[in-house]
Design a protein around this ligand. Structure first.
Ligand SMILES: Cc1ncc(COP(=O)(O)O)c(C=O)c1O
Length: 458
C-alpha cells in the first residue's frame, strides 16, 4: 500500500471522444501540444510531476531568498555532499542546464561522448557543442524481451572500440545514466559502474553520472544484486557516486520536486569553469536559477527519496502496472523499468513501418481512446534525415513511454490505462501511421506537427 496519506487532491479532466479528437487535430497529432486540462491520466513524464510531501511544503515556507549565501543552499550542499561525495555543488534550474554547463565547458567539435544511452536533452547538448553522442549500452539493452536484470549496463568492449577509433584526445568524458531512461528505465549494476570507472581511470577520462534516478537505480541493485542486498539505499547510492568524478542531476525525478537540478564534481578547475558559466546563464553560485525555497524542497526531497518504504511502493507500483499490461497481452519492454512502462510499438502495431511513426501513432491512439498521455520514444524523437542525402536513419526501438509521476496516481488510475491499452490492442488493425508536416532540427519531437495516414486517427 501507499506509505503516505493523501492530504490535498486535484480533480482530473473527464473529456468526450469528440473533444479529444478535436484536441489531437488542433495539436498536430503531437501530445506536447495538448493542454493538460484535456488529459485524464498524464503519463507524459515523471519529471517535475511529483507530489511534494508536507515536509517539503513546510520547507518552502523556510525559503531564504537572499541573493548570495542563502541558508537553503547550504542545506542542499550538505545533503548532496554527503550523498555523492562530491565537493562542489552547483545548482541549476533543471537537469539540461547542468548538461549544458558540462558540455559547453568540456566538449570540442568532433569529440565523442559515450553514454549507456544518452537521454534526448543530453544528446542534444553534446551535439549543440558539435560533439558526437555515442550510445554504448550492452546489446541486451536493445532487446525488449530480454529479461536481464541490468539492461542499462555500459558495454566496456564498445568503449574500447570507440577509444581505438578516436583516442584520448577526442573523449573528454564518459557519462553513465542511472537508470537508463531512453532504454526503458533499466538499471546499471554496481559492478558495471565499477568496471566503467576502472576503464575511465585506466584511460585518464573523467566519469560523470546522469543521476536523475539514482535512488530507483540503487533500489534495483538492492533487489537484484547480492552484493547490495544488505546495504541501505544511501550506502548503495554513495558507492556509485564515489566511482565517478561528478554528476548532472535533474532533481525533478528522484529529488521529488517540481523544478530544479544541479551539477556536482570533485574537480576544482572544472567547478570554477562551470560556476563562471553558471553566473552567465543561470545566476549566482548559491542559487543557480532557483528560489531559496526551491533549494530547500530539493534538499528535503533528496532525503525522502532514500526511504526504502517509499521506493518499494514507487518501483512496485510501476512493476504492477507493467504486470497488468502484460497479463492483458500488451507488448511491453521487459523487465519493467523504475519510472515507466514502455509499450513496444513495433510489436503492438507490426503493420506500421518505421517511416510512418508507429510509436507516435500509438501515443495518439491512447489519447483518443482514453485521454491517456504518454510520450513517443522512437522515430519522431531520434530519427533524422541525413544532411546530404536526405535519407532517414532510425533508432533501434519504437517505444511509447508511460511514465508514472511519483506519489500522484493510485493503482486504480493505472487500471484505467491498462483498460485503454487492451481496447486498442483489440482494434489495432484500425490504427494507421502518421506523416510529418513540420519538424525542427533540434529536439524535433517537442514541436513537430503530423497528420494521420487514415484509419482510427483520421
Ligand atoms: C536521464 C535524463 N537526463 C536528463 C534529463 C533532463 O532533465 P530536465 O528535464 O530537468 O532538464 C532527463 C529528463 O527527463 C532525464 O530523464
Amino acid at each position: 500500500m501507499e506509505p503516505f496519506k493523501i492530504k490535498v487532491v486535484e480533480p482530473i479532466a473527464v473529456t468526450t471522444r469528440e473533444q479529444r479528437a478535436a484536441a489531437l487535430a488542433e495539436a498536430g497529432f503531437n501530445l506536447f501540444n495538448v493542454p493538460a486540462a484535456l488529459v485524464t491520466i498524464d503519463l507524459l513524464t515523471d519529471s517535475g510531476t511529483s507530489a511534494m510531501s508536507d515536509r517539503q511544503w513546510a520547507g518552502i515556507m523556510l525559503g531564504d531568498e537572499s541573493y548570495a549565501g542563502s541558508r537553503n543552499y547550504f542545506h542542499l550542499e550538505g545533503v548532496v555532499r554527503r550523498l555523492t561525495t562530491y565537493r562542489h555543488v552547483i545548482p541549476t534550474h533543471q537537469g539540461r542546464v547542468a548538461e549544458n554547463l558540462l558540455f559547453t565547458t568540456t566538449v570540442k567539435p568532433g569529440d565523442r561522448v559515450p553514454n549507456n544511452i544518452h537521454f534526448d536533452t543530453t544528446r542534444a547538448n553534446v551535439e549543440h557543442n558539435l560533439g558526437v553522442a555515442v550510445d554504448c549500452v550492452v546489446d541486451e539493452g536493445y532487446d525488449p524481451v530480454n529479461e536481464a536484470p541490468f539492461k542499462g549496463n555500459m558495454d566496456i568492449a564498445k568503449l574500447d572500440r570507440l577509444f581505438a577509433e578516436v583516442g584520448r584526445e577526442r573523449m573528454p568524458l564518459v557519462m553513465l545514466t542511472v537508470t537508463n531512461n531512453s532504454g526503458g528505465g533499466q538499471p546499471v549494476s554496481l559492478a558495471n559502474a565499477r568496471a566503467t570507472s576502472a576503464w575511465c581511470r585506466q584511460h585518464g577520462i573523467p566519469l560523470f553520472f546522469d543521476a536523475c534516478r539514482f535512488a530507483e537505480n540503487a533500489y534495483f541493485c538492492k533487489q537484484r544484486d547480492p552484493e547490495c542486498a544488505g546495504r541501505s539505499i544511501e550506502e548503495i547510492a554513495r558507492a556509485f557516486f564515489a566511482l565517478g568524478d561528478g554528476c548532472t542531476m535533474s532533481a525533478k525525478k528522484d529529488g521529488l520536486v517540481n523544478i530544479g537540478g544541479f551539477i556536482a564534481t570533485n574537480d576544482d578547475g572544472l567547478a570554477q569553469r562551470l560556476s563562471n558559466m553558471l553566473i552567465l546563464i543561470e545566476g549566482f553560485t548559491t542559487y543557480g536559477g532557483l528560489a531559496g525555497r526551491d533549494l530547500e524542497a530539493i534538499a528535503l526531497g533528496l532525503e525522502e527519496v532514500l526511504d526504502e518504504r517509499y521506493l518499494e511502493h514507487r518501483v512496485g507500483q510501476v512493476r504492477r502496472f507493467g504486470e497488468r499490461l502484460r497479463a492483458a497481452g500488451v507488448p511491453i519492454v521487459l523487465p519493467v523499468g523504475g519510472h515507466a512502462v514502455f509499450l513496444d510499438a513495433r510489436r503492438f502495431l507490426p503493420h506500421i513501418p518505421q517511416p510512418e511513426f508507429p510509436a507516435q501513432a500509438l501515443t495518439c491512439a491512447l489519447y483518443l481512446e482514453g485521454g491517456v498521455r504518454g510520450v513517443e520514444i522512437g522515430g519522431l524523437m531520434f530519427g533524422k534525415p541525413d544532411e546530404g542525402t536526405g535519407e532517414w536513419s532510425w533508432p533501434e526501438l519504437e517505444l511509447v513511454r508511460l511514465a508514472v509521476p511519483r506519489r500522484v496516481y493510485t493503482d486504480a488510475h493505472l487500471d484505467h490505462v491498462v483498460d485503454v491499452c487492451a481496447r486498442l490492442l483489440a482494434c489495432r488493425a484500425t490504427i494507421r501511421g502518421l506523416r510529418i508536416v513540420q519538424r525542427a532540427d533540434v529536439l524535433p519531437h517537442f514541436t513537430a506537427r503530423l497528420a494521420p495516414l487514415g484509419g482510427l486517427l483520421a
